[in-house]
Write a protein of this length. Sequence first.
Length: 140
Amino acid sequence: MPPQTNATLVGMITDLLSPTRSSQDVLLLFLTVLCSLSLIAHAAAAPQTERPKFILYITDDITADDPGCYGHPAIQTPHLDQMARKGLLFTRAILTASSCSPSRCSLITGRYPHNTGAPELHTELPEGQPLFPERLREAG
């Protein structure tokens, strides 16, 4: 921590611990410091080479509530349900296009359908478009 930042931090703590501060202010300071130290310790303990892991499912011809994790009463999707319980489950989505091919091209390139070169249904994605799976592969 640079000396100026350190001095600023000491000044803030001194100000918060002054006799004119309430016990609630002191408690708030204590909790803030405790949470900050906890986050710093957690960040220091995490391996620096660890990369996030994710799975992107692109499905076709289903509705939003077909998988069990989204509430379907009869369709059983135990593996998807388990991943949803242990991971991240999105409850809202916005499409860039109402048809599947342009939406997929948009997802995989990160561009709006009219910028992918494949804005219509059953149009192939032109060569040379940036594809996020390739970027992930390049990053290791």
